[in-house]
Write a protein that binds this ligand. Structure first.
Ligand SMILES: Nc1ncnc2c1ncn2[C@@H]1O[C@H](COP(=O)(O)OP(=O)(O)OP(=O)(O)O)[C@@H](O)[C@H]1O
Ligand SMILES: [Mg+2]
Length: 297
């Protein structure tokens, strides 16, 4: 299988000791700007000479960054963080291997992967903060590398948030992907059939499709108290063979009690009616009427 991203490729070449050392760097970063080499030696229980070998391998693979000041310390790279997450998903028997990219977006990278039964699955890697990170990482005082504000924890928070929302919606007979697992900034889920609405030429019955999306939005709001808040033609997949749809991409979803919930719902609905109406030339109800139906007034 073609291995697509560096984290996955590198993971296969690391020894258990190197992985444990990498893990230790991550843990120590929660306490300071850099993980001091001395601390790694103490916590790992490995001999200093060995730790140096492991660290230099990790450094060569660009999984950690070296810092020399009053002490020698290390921080993680994005690839290092990927390796840690993938390793955990592997150990949990959720992801056995990774494949080609499905899409690389602003906020996430989506990869095909395989589970331990060799079934193709989807791996969503959250990259929140990546764009700004690239811009400011050269500036010396970038967040002083405080772990809790770091790119790692921001991406992890966002992925965890998405996972938890989707978890709450599992097994409810809703058209969303089935979750398979989660770690750090990664979510493993089943592949949903179909293509994004924006790439659909003509659905079998546009009005029926719109009806399904509105029903989904209504159930989400009334039964589960959630507004998707990014319900666009990129986040709805349509499968022409089964005339069915699936909604994806939940990190920004909000609870119905959220002060902006109704505004976000209105934005979702008006965008959707506009898009579907124009694209497939159908006349839809007014936004207000649909909103009233969804919130059940
Ligand atoms: N479970 C899935 N099954 C099939 N395709 C998926 C699945 N999850 C994501 N995708 C594909 O990956 C794309 C991006 O996924 P998603 O919308 O969840 O992430 P995103 O945060 O919007 O990323 P981007 O920054 O690209 O907008 C989707 O538009 C869809 O084509
Ligand atoms: Mg999306």
């Amino acid at each position: 299988m073609p291995i697509s991203f560096r984290g996955a490729r590198v993971l296969k070449e690391l020894s258990n000791e190197e992985l444990r050392t990498l893990n230790m760097v991550e843990t120590l970063l929660k306490k300071g700007e850099y993980a001091p080499k001395d601390r790694i030696v103490v916590y790992s229980g490995y001999r200093e000479k060995d730790v140096e070998i492991y660290l230099s391998r990790l450094h060569k693979q660009k999984l950690i960054r070296r810092w020399t000041g009053q002490f020698v310390g290390y921080s993680l790279t994005l690839t290092g963080f990927d390796v840690l997450a993938l390793n955990t998903l592997y150990n949990k028997q959720i992801v056995a291997g990774t494949g080609r990219a499905k899409g690389v977006g602003k906020e996430s990278d989506i990869y095909y992967a395989i589970d331990f039964e060799e079934k193709e699955i989807m791996l969503k890697i959250n990259r929140t903060g990546r764009a700004s990170f690239q811009q400011v990482k050269k500036k010396r005082d970038f967040l002083k590398n405080k772990y809790h504000y770091s790119i790692f924890s921001i991406a992890e928070l966002s992925a965890t948030r998405e996972y938890e929302i989707m978890l709450k919606l599992q097994n409810q007979n809703l058209p969303i992907p089935k979750l398979l697992g989660h770690n750090r900034h990664m979510i493993a889920m089943e592949i949903a059939d179909g293509v994004e609405l924006v790439n659909v030429q003509y659905p079998k019955k546009p009005i029926k499709l719109l009806g399904k999306i509105i029903e989904f939005t209504k159930t989400l709001y009334q039964k589960h108290g959630i507004v998707h808040a990014d319900l666009t033609e990129y986040n709805i997949l349509y499968d022409i063979d089964n005339d069915s749809m699936v909604v994806i991409d939940f990190p920004q979803a909000v609870k119905a009690e959220h002060p902006e919930a109704l505004n976000l719902l209105e934005r979702d609905v008006s965008h959707l009616l506009d898009f579907i109406g124009k694209k497939w030339g159908i006349t839809t109800d007014e936004v207000d009427t649909v909103i009233e139906y969804i919130v059940g007034k």
